[in-house]
Design a protein around this ligand. Structure first.
Ligand SMILES: [Zn+2]
Length: 277
């Protein structure tokens, strides 16, 4: 499932034309083909097809796990969810498997949204804040500081892992990078958020930024068929490493379930769940 580093990798590829593709910036959308009705969250197919035609792609931004294409009049908002992906292709190529939406661009190019599991959603809107306005802190922005995190955690009795997964608290973290950041910060995933010491909070803040930046540097994590190209899985500390030795202390990594998600941690480095140090 794409998290912040995977979404950022796709954003960069579309913007800069990496992986042999061409940039979609400054291209006009000539038309669209919707191949799976529910991919389009809003507006209706008819309104979407009429409104998007003729708009220019001016910019691509990311907010949490969402991509926002700034068009001449509207914003195209894309959430990849479980298996969504976006890639550019030349007009004449056969459509890729699981293609749900095609945008025909000028210059013989098209932008394809593929999504094997069909959970991805796309909106065309003049008011993107209606979709992304409820998202929490952006962890790679300068405003995400240890001091701010400390103040927010003090008021939170929730356990730290479900809190970090809550997109209204921090935007962009999913199961992989949350487990990695908690391990790097030596914090047990079941600790109550308000029991973290200032030193632990500062370490967690640094660790979140570190694992996300490193994830981006390696083009994201390729764990399953859903994502392509990334290399960060080679550097994972705990995720999918149950019973393998901890990279710091050599104790076997354990797997448990937290908030219905498989959760990996080192029982030695990350202490006990109620260890209020
Ligand atoms: Zn360890």
């Amino acid at each position: 499932m794409p998290e912040l580093p995977e979404v950022e990798t796709i954003r960069t590829a579309l913007q800069d034309g990496e992986r042999g593709g061409l940039s979609v910036l400054e291209r006009t959308i000539k038309g669209s083909r919707l191949l799976w009705e529910r991919t389009l969250a809003a507006p209706s197919r008819r309104v979407f097809q009429r409104r998007i035609r003729g708009q220019l792609i001016r910019d691509i931004r990311r907010r949490g796990k969402y991509l926002l294409f700034q068009l001449s009049a509207d914003t195209l908002v894309v959430h990849l969810r479980m298996s969504g992906d976006l890639r550019t292709e030349s007009e004449g190529a056969p459509l890729p498997a699981h293609c749900r939406l095609v945008l025909q661009l000028d210059g013989g190019l098209r932008l394809c949204f593929t999504d094997a599991r069909k959970f991805g959603r796309i909106w065309l809107t003049a008011e993107p804040t209606e979709i992304v306005g409820g998202l929490g802190l952006e962890p790679l922005e300068p405003g995400f500081t240890a001091r701010l995190l400390q103040r927010l955690l003090e008021n939170q009795r929730r356990r730290i892992k479900p809190l970090l997964l809550d997109q209204a608290f921090i935007a962009g973290l999913g199961n992989i990078y949350t487990d990695e950041a908690l391990n790097l910060a030596r914090v047990h995933p079941l600790r109550s958020a308000n029991t973290l010491s200032p030193a632990e909070t500062a370490s967690l803040c640094r660790s979140i930024r570190h694992v996300l930046r490193k994830g981006i540097r390696y083009g994201g994590t390729s764990f399953d068929w859903a994502y392509r190209g990334g290399d960060y899985q080679r550097y994972l500390r705990v995720y999918h490493r149950a019973s393998l030795p901890c990279r710091r202390c050599r104790a076997p990594i354990e797997r448990t379930v937290v908030a219905q998600r498989g959760t990996y941690f080192c029982p030695v480095c990350q202490g006990a769940p109620h260890d209020g140090r």
